[in-house]
Design a protein around this ligand. Structure first.
Ligand code: NAD
Length: 246
């Protein structure tokens, strides 16, 4: 493992354009469960809470579940050492952008500046009628479903539900970033959610070195990953930072 950490640190330190790509696994140690796996959210709850048609037909039930499952986690969760390590690698000038599939705002809370939220953010709520976007803290979530302060339309968390497209700007910027990176650092993603799962493949096809941090092998590990660092995101990234600093 030490050899692989050294190898990865060297790639990062010598990179010209390093991009990060993160998934639910990086926030597990902040207390937010992932979707899949042993303690995954889908073992307890029905995936329908994130289905657009189900949401439109059952807005109150959907909002209640989303509030209980996600908003409560996101209110108490704090960034962990892995989020801070990525912010540190950015502040040292190595990491240019983080593309995250997460909706928990923890990269920004850790100090990362250039973050693309591929699946949106729980911080925001959008009107399904007039597209008005407001901060979730400016809405009264004691009465569900919340109504748009402008037009009275149904408000929806500004995250991507099954059946929705990725916001064009986030989509285009993400594919541009992976297209120009020479090293991609992936942390805690299973690679099972499309189209986000194509991003590492594009980086690899353009010749980037793929470094993967994961607790368990993912769909990338034996296909496109060049350096696989198995372990908890906090532990692996702390080791990486130590070596980079030296
Ligand atoms: P996923 O749930 O499919 O997979 C999580 C991955 O993280 C797995 O490969 C697992 O082995 C790994 N992992 C778990 N704990 C880890 C740890 N401590 N250190 C390193 N790796 C660890 O997650 P995904 O690939 O991001 O895709 C699912 C979708 O889930 C994404 O679209 C994301 O928006 C959404 N999601 C987000 C959050 C969040 O914002 N925190 C939480 C749950 C789900």
């Amino acid at each position: 493992m030490e050899d692989k950490i050294n190898q990865a640190a060297e790639k990062i330190a010598n990179s010209k354009y390093l991009v990060g790509f993160t998934g639910a696994g990086i926030s597990v140690e902040s207390g937010i469960p992932p979707f899949r796996g042993e303690n995954g959210i889908w073992n307890k709850y029905d995936e329908r809470i994130f289905d657009l048609n189900y949401f439109k037909n059952h807005p109150k039930e959907s909002w209640e579940l989303i509030k209980n499952v996600f908003l409560e986690f996101s209110e108490i969760a704090k960034p962990n050492a892995a989020h801070f390590a990525l912010a540190e690698i950015e502040s040292r000038g190595f990491l240019k952008t983080i593309i995250t599939q997460n909706i928990d705002n923890l990269h920004q809370a850790a100090g990362s500046k250039n973050v693309i939220e591929f699946h949106g953010s729980l911080q925001k709520v959008r009107c399904t009628n007039c597209d008005n976007v407001v901060d979730k803290d400016d809405l009264n979530l004691n009465f569900l479903p919340p109504k748009c302060p402008k037009c009275g339309g149904l408000m929806k968390p500004d995250i991507i539900f099954f059946g929705e497209g990725i916001p064009v700007i986030a989509y285009n910027r993400s594919f541009e970033e992976v297209g120009k990176c020479d090293v991609l650092l992936m942390v805690g993603t299973s690679g099972q959610v499309m189209p986000a799962s194509f991003l590492p493949q594009v980086a690899q096809q353009k010749g980037a070195t793929i470094i993967e941090v994961n607790l368990n092998p993912s769909s990338y590990t034996n296909s496109i990953t060049d350096i696989y660092l198995e372990g908890k995101a906090t532990e692996v990234l702390n080791k990486l930072i130590d070596v980079i600093e030296k």
